[in-house]
Design a protein around this ligand. Structure first.
Ligand SMILES: C[S@@+](CC[C@H](N)C(=O)[O-])C[C@H]1O[C@@H](n2cnc3c(N)ncnc32)[C@H](O)[C@@H]1O
Length: 257
């Protein structure tokens, strides 16, 4: 526990294994097991404090419909429902994350709907949301497919906000392979790649920001049955973050449908 707190900034880049080229399902990933069994909330760069800062400048009200894709344990979704009384929905592919998010909403009596599904196929109607947020999720999925879904689900004039992993130059093959294998990234993207993905999906008014000064201590909602091997996965994750400190970076993308 002490180690976890000491290393909290490392959770800025907690990442997930998605379906890989070898056909390993996200549900079978040891790394996903680790994240979900530890119940890490705020598992994105800057954590919940960056989320709060970003939403201060968005025009959110009680009337806003917001979707948090890859919501994890639901920390952001709960915050948006509580602070703005907005109508919030969260989706995540991982059943443990979904159960922990649902428990959070029940405990805090928040009317947030949590659905278990993939970002690439969300069972919700077109033009539903005023805001969609993705926090450290899109690098693990097929970006064009996910962005197509996000665009479909947004109302005209709706806003998409993403805090996402961004590299500054192409990675050496060996490094790329090591990071991909451990985290299960689908692909690495530079700023220019993100812009091109967003434009191709139809988004406009694309804005890119960076905010390095904000950080948060992540929350943990531990499961009862955490196997020893998951502590090893966590250690490996810490090692990777130290080893690739200069490589792991992020940007905040915002745009309009
Ligand atoms: C790094 S975590 C971020 C969680 C949360 N956004 C946060 O900031 O705490 C990535 C999340 O994306 C989810 N995820 C990964 N691939 C997904 C997919 N294809 N569809 C839905 N959720 C997915 C994982 O289960 C995990 O909860």
């Amino acid at each position: 526990m002490t180690t976890l707190c000491r290393n909290h900034t490392i959770f800025n880049f907690i990442l997930y294994k998605n379906t890989t080229k070898e056909g390993i399902l996200i549900q079978n990933s040891k790394y996903l097991d680790f994240l979900s069994k530890f119940g890490v909330g705020g598992a994105h760069p800057g954590g919940i404090n960056l989320t709060k800062e970003i939403f201060k400048t968005e025009n959110i009200s009680k009337m806003s419909h917001i979707l948090d894709i890859g919501c994890g344990t639901g920390q952001t979704a709960a915050y948006l429902a509580d602070k703005y009384e907005a109508k919030v929905t969260g989706i995540d592919i991982n059943s443990i994350m979904v159960a922990k998010a649902q428990r959070r909403m029940k405990k805090n009596r928040l009317p947030v709907k949590i659905i278990q599904c993939s970002i690439e196929q969300i069972p919700l109607p077109d033009n539903t949301f005023d805001f969609i947020i993705s926090e450290s999720v899109l690098s693990f999925v097929n970006k064009p497919n996910a962005l197509k879904e996000i665009f479909r689900l947004l109302k005209n004039g709706g806003r998409f906000i993403a805090i996402e992993f961004t590299i500054h130059q192409p990675l050496e093959e060996k490094i790329e392979k090591e990071i991909k294998q451990f985290y299960g990234f689908d692909s690495f993207s530079m700023k220019k790649d993100w812009i091109s993905f967003l434009k191709r999906a139809g988004f406009k008014n694309i804005r890119i920001q960076k905010n390095k000064s904000i950080s948060s201590i992540p929350e943990f909602h531990y499961s009862k049955d955490i196997k020893h091997e998951l502590y090893e996965v966590m250690d490996k994750h810490f090692d990777m973050n130290l080893k690739y400190e200069g490589v792991f970076d992020y940007r905040i993308y915002s745009c309009t449908k």
